[in-house]
Structure formats: structure tokens, C-alpha cells
Write a protein that binds this ligand. Structure first.
Ligand SMILES: *[C@@H]1O[C@H](CO)[C@@H](O)[C@H](O)[C@H]1NC(C)=O
Ligand SMILES: *[C@@H]1O[C@H](CO)[C@@H](O)[C@H](O)[C@H]1NC(C)=O
Length: 366
């Protein structure tokens, strides 16, 4: 009888997992780049990438362009949904608007972890889509804070029940130099300062009262259509025979991720009361590249859905949204959306892995 009661309780509690999840956080604050920007870059002018302001961007889910660099929802949208929270409004849409209790998104497409002045000092600066780097996003957060909570105690109570997503960020710090011919060796030298910028952001947020933080690593960039196109290699051994991805760039993404994981471990020792979770984007996306058809990715994993031709359907003179490009009929069958960013269905797969599949450590759900 007792066992029965326990069983009934278990069924009641755990079948209604949605309500369990929605009780967990009252707000989400997100920092990052185009992998999680829900409209800041578009509102900032989006001079370098105006096509995100029109279809086919947004065609699958929102049915209109929102400024997200995909055909629909992003990982951050699926995380918000899982916790019963609304899709995060972009900071630049709410900064002067009404009170936002359920969270805000500070991410900006093209943003770097390092300040833009770092890239200007190296003459890469003019390539940057935006100067709204991680430290600018943190400044926005501090500006908004006074409208979120007032007393120290009130802020602590509120942030204790909030989830802070710090990234993915840092990918662009490597993209910009790679795209102008920087070697992988040169990229390696950037890893300590890039990871340093990320861990400083995490520390600052903890000092502001954050307790639960998720810090994602980088995706397997060697599988992205833009890298595969720019760094095409006649030597077959440059490619992973199983996935067709560029080995050296995937190894580099792993190097960054391992460095980040190590630094996060140091932060956990420094702030034992905080829950610093590493989100393993790389491993969460691996299954897609290994057994794509199993997950419905019949269009292939490496060819972009939307583009202007070429072996990976990425053509820099006819990028997605520009004249000469077309979008595939069924984006959900593709992993890659526009050569750089992933489709909603790929982001959904990764998000499920992060929330339910053990790819966040310690786990997002306890
Ligand atoms: C970024 O800042 C530099 C100067 O620091 C400026 O020349 C450039 O126009 C800015 N870029 C954007 C996209 O605002
Ligand atoms: C890339 O786009 C340009 C401009 O539309 C076009 O002339 C060219 O043929 C395309 N290249 C490939 C490989 O499809």
C-alpha cells in the first residue's frame, strides 16, 4: 500500500514535468552572440547583416523575421519554453519600456567576448558586425538592474530565482581572424584571453547576485558550411571520414571548450555557493552529425538550407536572404540554416540534449 502511494505520488509529480520545471526559475538573463540574439542586432541597425530583418529568416516559427539568425526558434527560446517562461525580449526593445520580470536577452549577433578595441588594435576591427561585446552587454544588464529590483536583499532574492546564460560567446573572436586568413596556431593564442573574458563575466554576475549560471562551449565549427567552404582542402585526411567535418577546426573548438571547462572548475572553487553549469553544445550536437537520418535530418548535415550555391550551399556573394540565394523547401530536414547558423530543428535537438539529455554539467534539472 505504501509502495502504491509512493508510486502514485511519483506519477503525479513527475508526469507533470512542465509544472515542475516552470516553478524552478522566474526569469532568464541571456548574454551572447547570434546563436542566441532574439532581436538586439536588428534593433541596433544591423548594417553588416540587414537580411535578418526579412524572410526567409523566421519563416518556420514566427512566420516573420524577428532578428533571430535562423528560420525559427533558438536554443534560448527552447530553454525558456521548458521553464514555462516567455521568449526573452531583446534588451534594446525593452530598455525604456515596461517592467520585465521574466528576463531579458542581451545577446547581439556578431558580438565578441573580447572588447572590440582588441580587434581594432589588430586591424581586424572594421570586420566586426558590432561593438556590443560581452562587457557592453554586462553594462546593459547593470543599467537595467535598477528597474528590476531595488534593495540589495530584493535583488538577491530575485536573482536567486533567475537563470543566467553566459554564451555561447567567443565563437566570433575566432571567426573574424579565421575569415581573414588567421591560422589555427594564431587562434590558439586567443583562447586564454577569450576564456578570461567569459569567466570575468561569470564572476561579475555572481558578484551581482547570480547563483545559477549556464556557460556554453562552442559548436563543432568544422562542420559549419562557411568553414567547410572557406577552408576546402584537397587532402581527404583533413576531413573526419564519418561526418565530413574539418578535423582541425573541430579539434580547435574542443581545445577552447576544454580550456573553458578548466577555468569554470576554478570558478566553482572560488564561488562554492554558485551553481556553474557547463553546457556542452559540442557533444549535444554530435549525434546529429553521426546519425542525422535518425533525427529526421534527411537534407544532410553539412549543406546549408538557405544559400546561393556551391558544394555546401554557402556562397559569400549570394548569402541567404540576398539575390541569387534560395531557401530549401523543408528547413527541418537540414542542420545548417544559412551557412553560419543552424536551423530551428537543429537548435531544438541541441536544447533537448542540454535540458534533458545530460549535456549540461552539473545538470540543469536536479
Ligand atoms: C565600432 O567602433 C569603432 C571605433 O571604435 C567605429 O569606427 C565603428 O564604426 C563601430 N562599429 C559599429 C558597427 O558600430
Ligand atoms: C555565387 O553567387 C554568384 C552571384 O549570384 C554567382 O554568380 C555564382 O555563380 C555563385 N557561385 C556558385 C558556386 O554557385
Amino acid at each position: 500500500m505504501k509502495a502504491m502511494k509512493i508510486l502514485v505520488f511519483f506519477l503525479l509529480c513527475c508526469l507533470s514535468s512542465e509544472s515542475v520545471l516552470s516553478a524552478r526559475y522566474e526569469a532568464i538573463f541571456n548574454f551572447g552572440d547570434s546563436l542566441s540574439d532574439t532581436g538586439n542586432f536588428l534593433r541596433s541597425g544591423a548594417l553588416a547583416f540587414p537580411v535578418i530583418g526579412k524572410l526567409p529568416y523566421g519563416q518556420t516559427f514566427f512566420r516573420h523575421a524577428t532578428g533571430r539568425c535562423s528560420d525559427g526558434r533558438l536554443i534560448v527560446d527552447f530553454i525558456a519554453e521548458a521553464f514555462g517562461l516567455p521568449h526573452l525580449p531583446p534588451y534594446l526593445a525593452v530598455a525604456k519600456g515596461p517592467h520585465v520580470r521574466a528576463g531579458v536577452n542581451f545577446a547581439v549577433a556578431g558580438a565578441t567576448a573580447l572588447d572590440s578595441s582588441f580587434f581594432y588594435a589588430q586591424k581586424i576591427g572594421p570586420l566586426l558586425w558590432t561593438n556590443d561585446s560581452l562587457s557592453v552587454q554586462l553594462r546593459w544588464f547593470r543599467n537595467l538592474k535598477s528597474s528590476l529590483c531595488t534593495t540589495k536583499h530584493e535583488c538577491e532574492e530575485y536573482f536567486k530565482k533567475s537563470l543566467f546564460l553566459v554564451g555561447e560567446i567567443g565563437g566570433n573572436d575566432y571567426n573574424y581572424p579565421s575569415f581573414v586568413g588567421g591560422s589555427i596556431k594564431q587562434l590558439h593564442a586567443l583562447v586564454p584571453p577569450v576564456v578570461g573574458a567569459i569567466t570575468r563575466a561569470v564572476s561579475m554576475l555572481i558578484e551581482e547576485g547570480a547563483v545559477d549560471l549556464v556557460v556554453p562551449g562552442n559548436l563543432p565549427v568544422g562542420c559549419s558550411a562557411v568553414y567547410l567552404t572557406l577552408f576546402r582542402n584537397p587532402d581527404r585526411s583533413a576531413y573526419d571520414p564519418r561526418t565530413g567535418c574539418l578535423r582541425a577546426y573541430n579539434a580547435f573548438a574542443k581545445y577552447h571548450n576544454n580550456y573553458l571547462k578548466q577555468e569554470l572548475q576554478n570558478l566553482r572553487e572560488q564561488y562554492p555557493h554558485a551553481r556553474i553549469m557547463y553546457a556542452d553544445y559540442y557533444s549535444a550536437s554530435k549525434s546529429i552529425y553521426h546519425t542525422p537520418k535518425h533525427y529526421g535530418f534527411y537534407g544532410g548535415t553539412l549543406r546549408a538550407c538557405c544559400g546561393g550555391g556551391g558544394p555546401y550551399n554557402f556562397n559569400n556573394s549570394a548569402r541567404c536572404g540576398h539575390t541569387g540565394s534560395t531557401a530549401c523547401r523543408d528547413p527541418s530536414a537540414f542542420v545548417n540554416w544559412d551557412g553560419i547558423h543552424l536551423t530551428e530543428s537543429a537548435y531544438h535537438h541541441i536544447a533537448k540534449g542540454l535540458i534533458y539529455g545530460g549535456f549540461t554539467s552539473p545538470p540543469l534539472l536536479t
